[in-house]
Write a protein that binds this ligand. Structure first.
Ligand SMILES: [Zn+2]
Length: 43
């Protein structure tokens, strides 16, 4: 499962396949939510 977050309403959800739109507001600007490990690597 991959976590995604809507950049419009910040709604977070999990899905096996990438979603093209937010299930909450319908916005198509969806990005993968960085895990804690990813954030550590960047900083
Ligand atoms: Zn949304």
């Amino acid at each position: 499962m991959t976590k995604f977050v809507c950049r419009r309403c910040n709604y977070k959800f999990e899905a096996e396949k990438p979603k093209k739109e937010c299930p909450y507001c319908g916005e198509k600007d969806i990005v993968k939510e960085l895990s804690a490990e990813d954030i550590v690597e960047i900083s």
